[in-house]
Ligand binder design. Structure first.
Ligand SMILES: [Zn+2]
Length: 307
């Protein structure tokens, strides 16, 4: 299982437009609310607890005083019959220290939190983070510039002036491991920590298929020509709202030349080296991303000969 995937909630999308039902669930004492402060999810317990940490779901009303009246409150879905919401409490000062949540837990960066909670809770964080992030960036209509308002339990924004509707978007990104026999290609982004190498990646462009994006990115970033492209898996990546589309690509040769505008370095690594790196080891000055990233799973699947 890949982190941020496997959301356990029934999104019950047919309920989003039923404002009476949504409002009653917002007040129902059996419902749950995930406070999100400046895009960080709330986690329960003392900060030094051992993972898995419990997601900070609280009863309705508890966190309401921390949010502005028009703050997005997203209906995430149903856990059996329990409605689960995410509430943006960014208007407040640090609510882990003062107010109704003080002493119950703490807020943590979504990426870090995703590796501290259970896989199911990580997927709920991905949904909540991407949705609230979208609201924070879409307060104004891109068509006419007027303010927009939250509709449909958070799944639509409506421009009050020109009536344009705006929906949460997901940006597709291809992330691919080029392979040639017993070697695979990894690259180091300019902003990566020293020694960190990962699978190459890039946004899918308008008018492009996934396979075309994989071929274009490998050619642009590493001058590597590839033949067959095969799908591996996808991962919701809420930074801010991407869908990582993991692929394997068969390289036609090991000729590679880094595009220094895009990457610091590319390297072919042998399968036996990759097998050590996925254990979290550093070898030949090289490391690969931890299991929170789909790149880790791409490299691992190939290194273990499952692809
Ligand atoms: Zn407008």
């Amino acid at each position: 299982m890949i982190p941020f995937a496997g959301n356990p909630l029934n999104r019950a999308s047919e309920k989003r437009t039923d404002s009476n039902w949504i409002e009653s669930k917002r007040r129902d004492p059996s419902s749950l609310v995930l406070p999100m402060w400046r895009l960080e999810p709330f986690l329960l317990g003392p900060e030094k607890s051992e993972p898995p940490i419990e997601l900070g779901l609280v009863r309705p009303g508890i966190a309401d005083s921390l949010a502005d009246a028009d703050a997005p409150c997203i209906f995430l879905g149903l856990d059996d019959d329990t409605a689960v919401f995410a509430l943006d409490v960014s208007a407040s000062g640090d609510p882990a220290n003062v107010g109704p949540l003080a002493g119950l837990g703490y807020f943590r960066d979504a990426r870090m939190a995703g590796s501290m909670v259970s896989m199911k809770d990580a997927a709920i964080i991905a949904q909540a983070k991407a949705m609230i992030d979208w609201h924070r960036r879409h307060g104004f209509c891109p068509g006419c510039g007027a303010p927009t308002k939250v509709m449909d339990a958070g799944y639509r924004r409506l421009c009050a002036k020109c009536n344009a509707e705006h929906f949460p978007r997901v940006d597709p990104v291809v992330i691919m491991l080029a392979t040639d026999g017993e070697a695979c290609l990894v690259g180091r982004g300019k902003q990566f920590p020293p020694g960190m190498f990962s699978a190459l990646a890039g946004f899918v462009e308008p008018g492009e298929t996934i396979e075309e994006a994989v071929r274009r990115e490998l050619m642009e970033e590493a001058s590597v020509k590839v033949g067959e492209v095969t799908y591996y898996a996808t991962q919701p990546w809420p930074f801010p709202s991407s869908l990582m589309i993991g692929c394997f690509a068969k390289a036609e040769s090991r000729d590679a030349k880094v595009d220094e505008n895009e990457l610091a370095e590319v390297r072919w690594i042998e399968r036996r080296v990759a097998r050590e790196l996925i254990k979290g080891k550093e070898l030949d000055g090289l490391r690969v991303p931890p299991p929170i990233a789909i790149a880790h799973h791409l490299i691992k699947t190939w290194a273990l000969g499952e692809k």
